[in-house]
Design a protein around this ligand. Structure first.
Ligand SMILES: Nc1ncnc2c1ncn2[C@@H]1O[C@H](COP(=O)(O)OP(=O)(O)O)[C@@H](O)[C@H]1O
Ligand SMILES: [Mg+2]
Length: 274
């Protein structure tokens, strides 16, 4: 079993692994102010898989960067594992849309970059890297260069790199956004398997409603900028959620609910000519 979802906004704050409390962010650049996030509250339980879905520009990446300590909030505070976040977190893994691999290094050595950057001796991590690469289907590609890989394989390498130091918390910012639909579906299945194996706490950011509902224990729906949480929906579909999960009544009902919400908020527009 996963750690039980802690309920909607205002859940049991004390039990939260991540606690975002009244956090807002206003950027100032060239005298122009952009309110990226309004006051936002979010809790993530240890071991929980939370997906954030929202329109482009609503502050999803800003939220991730605030939690990771890469930017400071204008108001409010973020607490991770009991400690207020004031510096970039180190005990996390982050995966971005673009895998950013070093083309002169092999797949294995790209994974080990993470260990080297942390000043750790890479030797004991080789076995773990090879094991993880094998588990995501890259066992025969560990000596290849990134340019020899498909987009999905490059992103798998980035995921393994994010996990190599065994962080308890994995943050992913539209990690499958650049992949074709079929690869994306496979990555979704693979990510769930890794998560079931490792039980990390996951914050997964996406603009895909389907992906959010299929992957998460709880879907956080954000409004357009300035980003606010519109709704939190707990997903109880049994795991693993294979291809058949798309026929699950809860999947159909929930994706419909989120689509309707985006239509009502003007995030999506329906042509009336049909
Ligand atoms: N460093 C920054 N300086 C100024 N504006 C920023 C900065 N980062 C993000 N923004 C603005 O904040 C808003 C939210 O951006 P972002 O968090 O990247 O949205 P999303 O990831 O949901 O697409 C956007 O209007 C964006 O232009
Ligand atoms: Mg973004």
């Amino acid at each position: 079993m996963t750690a039980g979802p802690i309920g909607g906004a205002g859940g049991d704050d004390a039990a939260a692994y991540v606690s975002v409390r009244g956090v807002g962010k206003t950027f100032e650049r060239d005298g122009r102010r952009t309110e990226a996030l309004a006051a936002l509250d979010l809790q993530i339980a240890r071991g929980e898989f939370v997906a954030v879905v929202g329109p482009s520009g609503c502050g999803k990446s800003t939220l991730l960067r605030l939690i990771a300590g890469l930017v400071a909030p204008t108001r409010g505070e973020v607490v991770v594992d009991g400690a207020p976040v004031r510096h970039p977190l180190t005990d996390i893994g982050v995966v971005f849309q673009s895998p950013v691999l070093l083309d002169w290094r092999t797949v294995l050595d790209n994974v080990l970059v993470q260990v080297e950057l942390r000043g750790l001796d890479p030797r004991p991590y080789r076995t773990r890297a090879l094991d993880l690469l094998g588990r995501v289907g890259l066992g025969d590609f560990t000596d290849r260069r990134p340019r020899e890989l498909s987009g999905g394989m490059r992103q798998r390498t980035a995921i393994v790199r994010a996990l190599i130091h065994d962080p308890p918390f994995l943050m992913m910012d539209e990690p499958f956004g650049a992949l074709d639909a079929l690869t994306r579906e496979q990555m979704r299945l693979d990510l769930e398997k890794i998560w079931l194996d490792t039980k990390k706490t996951v914050l997964f950011i996406t603009h895909s409603i389907d992906e959010a509902v299929l992957l998460a224990d709880r879907v956080v729906v954000m409004s357009a900028r300035p980003g606010r949480i519109e709704r939190e929906i707990t997903i109880t579909m049994p795991r693993p959620r294979g291809l058949a999960a798309r026929q699950d009544p809860q999947f159909i009902r929930t994706t419909h609910e989120i689509t309707e919400l985006f239509l009502a908020r003007g995030v999506l527009h329906q042509e009336t000519s049909a």
